[in-house]
Structures are given as C-alpha cells and as structure tokens.
Design a protein around this ligand. Structure first.
Ligand code: SAM
Length: 238
C-alpha cells in the first residue's frame, strides 16, 4: 500500500490513507541515510501507534543510476517480504505518490520483481495543490494550460520556457526550485513577472513561507520550494 501524506500538514491526507495507516502492522518510509529522520514519517508521527513496526528504507541522495536502482529494488523486496509474511504494510510518500516521488519507483520495482504482491496506491495532495491553496492562488482557469515540471537548470532554459508558456497561455508550476532561486528572482524581475508569481517553501510545515515572489530575496532557498507563474492577466471576473 503506497500512501500519500501531507505535504507538511498531518491533516492533509485522505480518510483512506488515515485508515490504512492506523490499521497497518508495518509503516515503511524513505530516509536518505541509515538513522536519518524521514520527512514523510514525521508528517504522520502523531497518528502512529507504539506497537506498529517502523521500517525505514534508505534511498541515498545520489545521481548514480545503479545505486538508485539498487535502492528501489531493495525497498521493493523489503516491502514484499513484509506482505508475504502476512503483515499489513504501508509505504509513506510525501505529497502524491505519482508526482516525482520515490514511491513511484518502488511501485515499478514491485510490479516488476514481485508481481504477485498486491499493491494499492492511495493518492495524496501534491505540493502544487497545497501551495496554490496556501497562497490563495487559483491554478488555472478556462482554457489555460498547466505545466508541472522541475525548474529548468539554467536561466537560458527558463527564458525559453517562459516564452513558450506566454505563447500558449500556460501556467507554470516549477518544482525543485531551491538553489535556482538565486538566478530566478532577477530573471523574473527583468521580465516584470515577480508580482505574478507565487513562491512557496516548506508548505504545510510550521516554518512555511508562501508569498508573492516580490517578497523573496534572490538567494538560495531550501529544496522543498516551488514557484507558480502566470503570465498575463486572467479576466475571468467581470
Ligand atoms: C521529489 S518532489 C516530490 C513531489 C511530491 N511527491 C508532491 O506530490 O508534491 C520534491 C519537490 O516537490 C516540491 N515540494 C514537495 N513538498 C513541498 C513542500 N512542502 N513545500 C514546497 N514544495 C514542496 C519541491 O519543489 C521539491 O523540490
């Protein structure tokens, strides 16, 4: 059972996710290193019962494809073993399971290596939806398009993306903003877009920062930050 939790706020999860979490024998969750704290488990800590077994699964923060694949397959095998032993198992994912999530890789590894293990996916609330709600910033209207993607790696690629988005009336939701905010802020300022963009950092956590991009200085921000950008005005209301 892969379940989406949060992001951040423990109350941002479905009733189904809550029920399955409460009735699980084993609660598995991603961690970056052995002994490291897990973000997804921190979100639901308040719902866990002492008798539930916690199963941290290590997913190293590396780009080496082989190491990552090994981690996904090892996690899938660990989960499959728990299910085969007759336990009710949940694997926690921050936000939604299907959006740039470790849970998606685990799902694919389970389907490939352990096809007999039944798996259910319980959707969660994406950081994009949570940010839009926290900022009271409607995502899309009428014929607008929405593009959810990682933030481009370079200012040049961002300029191109903004040109394309402007031409098609596309609202951009850019994840993995973090370090890129240093060059993104002046780039948006130069194009007069800062006041049309919403900056959202650690949404749902006690130190959440959700504000007009005009209010955020050009400096490195945490990995858990994103940007919503609409170019042009929406004339929905009379
Ligand atoms: C690996 S993706 C995970 C996305 C997640 N599965 C979801 O449904 O939103 C991580 C990126 O999502 C965004 N993100 C996730 N949680 C966030 C939060 N609480 N506040 C702001 N951005 C968040 C950030 O852009 C971060 O770099």
């Amino acid at each position: 059972m892969l379940i989406g939790v949060g992001p951040g706020d423990p109350e941002l999860l479905t009733l189904k996710a809550h029920r399955l979490l409460r009735s699980a024998d084993v609660v598995a969750y991603p961690v970056a290193r052995v002994e490291a704290a897990g973000m997804a488990v921190a979100i639901v800590e308040t719902y866990l019962r002492p008798e539930q077994r916690r199963l941290p699964l290590v997913f190293p923060m590396v780009t080496d494809g082989v190491a990552l694949q090994d981690a996904w397959r090892a996690a899938a095998t660990a989960l499959a073993q728990q299910v085969q032993a007759g336990h009710r198992v949940v694997f926690l994912c921050e936000g939604d399971v299907s959006l740039f999530a470790t849970g998606s890789y685990v799902l694919l590894a389970l389907q490939r290596d352990h096809p007999d293990v039944p798996v259910e996916v319980i959707p969660g609330i994406t950081s994009v939806a949570a940010a839009a709600a926290a900022g009271r910033w409607p995502l899309v209207f009428q014929k607008e398009e929405l593009l959810i993607r990682p933030c481009p790696d370079t200012p040049e690629a961002m300029e191109t993306l903004l040109d394309q988005a402007a031409a098609k009336g596309t609202v951009l939701a850019l994840l993995k903003l973090g370090v890129r905010w240093q060059w993104m802020q002046p780039l948006l300022a130069a194009r007069g877009l800062l006041d049309q963009a919403l900056f959202a950092e650690r949404v749902g956590w006690s130190d959440q920062r959700v504000m007009a991009a005009t209010e955020v200085q050009a400096e490195e921000r945490p990995y858990f930050s994103l940007l919503l950008v609409r170019q042009g005005t929406n004339a929905v209301l009379p």
